[in-house]
Structure formats: structure tokens, C-alpha cells
Ligand binder design. Structure first.
Ligand SMILES: [Zn+2]
Length: 266
């Protein structure tokens, strides 16, 4: 995904290896494409990558990958053989090929080394067309935390989003643990809604446990496990959940209405 520095370097490095300039006739070009979650389409989309300001950081990272000899001590940049902490950040724009969503992407030097932050010009995070506003708000909060690498805060927000989903689905008593217990009882009694029978309840319980540990960790150092890859797995889980609860029924209705409309015309 294009919210990982290594992915951006991998995408742009072949352009440099081929001698393909990112700059042409006074204009930065759309140089490559990659994949990222689009907040407006509410799913992963192909994105065109456009360069606003290449800075020097991305060049150093690419140079190290394409030809480490360029980075050997005494050659290029500061002659240290490593990308410089003081290098200029690099600024890109990702543009969804399916809609008009633009996402600014900043590659910068964080306390942990090269990092990337992405800032879309649309709200929404993971919400889908029929996601209730209260749930969408919490998912948007999780998304905003994640795009600036505050993944522990993102996991806590995902837990709140799950609580909000269950509340909206009629589980209004007690805290999240009670809501999950009530849902379990409904599944066993065969009185739960259709979506609950199509999803392994273990998904909901692990979201709860991960969220609990984000707020009350045994050791803060262990929260390093809440990395981008882990948040992407949570996003995939919520995407599945939202589609089961809020979109599947509408999708079936829309499809049936379209077929019936054609039937009337024939
Ligand atoms: Zn889009």
C-alpha cells in the first residue's frame, strides 16, 4: 500500500533506473500507480502518483535501493553512506482513478526513521455508503490517527467503533463486553440478525481485546506490534463487517431493482 515508505520507494525506483525523469517540460508528471484505501470510494483503489516536491529524502532512499554505491561514504549527499536525518521531506499527491479524491503524502524523517503521512481531501475513513453517521465518525477518527502513525490510538478508536456498531444494532445494555455477551446469546438462541451468522464472532472479540490493550497495555513497548500491517488487517475486518451489516442488503435490493427495471422495458 502507498502509505508505506518502502512501497513508494519500490514504485519510484524503477523510474530512476530506467532514466525516467519525474520532471518534464516544467511539470511534475504522474509517474506511477499503486494501491491505497480511498476514503470516498470506501475501498482500496488504484492511485496515480504525482510528485509535488521531490525534496531530497526520497532520492536518498531510492539511491540506497537502486545503487548503494551512490551512497558510499564520501559520495553524494552528506557523504555518510546513509540517508540524512536533515534531508528535505518529499511531497506527493495520490489521485484515485475512480473518483476525484486527492491524498497528499509526505515522506519525512520521524523519530523512528523515514516515515510517511497521508492526508486525504475527503472525510470518511472506512465508512461505506450506508454506514450510520455515529459509526462513520469513529472510523474516521481511527483513520485520522492511523494516517499520522498514531496506531495505538487508531486501535482504541476501532474498539469504540465496534461498540457503536453493536449499540446501533440494538445491543444497548452495558459496556462492550456485555454487548458481545448478549450477541453471543442471540447467536446461540438463533435470534441474532443475519449478519451475525455470517461472521465468526471471534473477529469481534479480538477487536475488543486489542482495543483494551491499547488503553491498558501490560508493557508500553509491546504496543510496537500495532504497526501499519496490523491496522490494515483491522481495516479489512471492519470493511467486511460494514459490508455485511450495512451494504449487503442494499446491494441485493439495488441489483434486483435494476433487473426488474430492465424487465419492464423488454
Ligand atoms: Zn476513490
Amino acid at each position: 500500500m502507498l502509505d508505506q515508505v518502502d512501497e513508494v520507494v519500490d514504485k519510484l525506483a524503477p523510474c530512476i533506473e530506467r532514466g525516467f525523469s519525474l520532471y518534464d517540460d516544467g511539470q511534475w508528471k504522474n509517474v506511477e500507480t499503486g494501491f491505497l484505501h480511498c476514503p470516498q470510494c470506501a475501498t482500496v483503489r488504484r492511485m496515480n502518483i504525482s510528485v509535488y516536491d521531490s525534496g531530497s529524502l526520497i532520492w536518498q532512499l531510492i539511491a540506497k535501493k537502486v545503487n548503494p554505491d551512490w551512497m558510499r561514504p564520501g559520495v553524494g549527499f552528506e557523504g555518510t553512506g546513509e540517508p540524512s536525518k536533515n534531508s528535505e521531506p518529499s511531497l506527493f499527491s495520490y489521485i484515485c482513478v475512480q473518483c476525484d479524491c486527492h491524498i497528499a503524502a509526505l515522506v519525512y524523517w520521524s523519530p523512528e526513521g523515514p516515515a510517511i503521512a497521508t492526508f486525504p481531501n475527503k472525510n470518511g475513513g472506512l465508512s461505506t455508503k450506508h454506514t450510520p453517521a455515529e459509526v462513520a465518525y469513529q472510523l474516521d477518527q481511527a483513520y485520522r490517527c492511523h494516517i499520522v502513525s498514531a496506531n495505538t490510538a487508531a486501535v482504541a478508536a476501532f474498539r469504540v467503533a465496534l461498540d457503536q456498531i453493536l449499540h446501533e444494532q440494538g445491543y444497548t445494555t452495558g459496556m462492550l463486553n456485555q454487548k458481545l455477551s448478549d450477541l453471543d446469546n442471540d447467536i446461540k438462541a438463533n435470534t441474532a440478525k443475519a449478519w451475525a451468522k455470517l461472521l465468526d464472532p471471534a473477529f469481534l472479540k479480538v477487536i475488543q481485546r486489542l482495543g483494551n490493550k491499547s488503553v491498558h497495555p501490560k508493557r508500553v513497548a509491546r504496543l510496537a506490534a500495532y504497526d501499519t500491517a496490523m491496522v490494515i488487517r483491522l481495516q479489512l475486518t471492519f470493511s467486511k463487517l460494514l459490508n455485511l451489516i450495512y451494504e449487503k442488503q442494499h446491494g441485493d435490493k439495488d441489483l434486483l431493482m435494476q433487473l426488474e427495471a430492465i424487465n419492464k422495458k423488454v
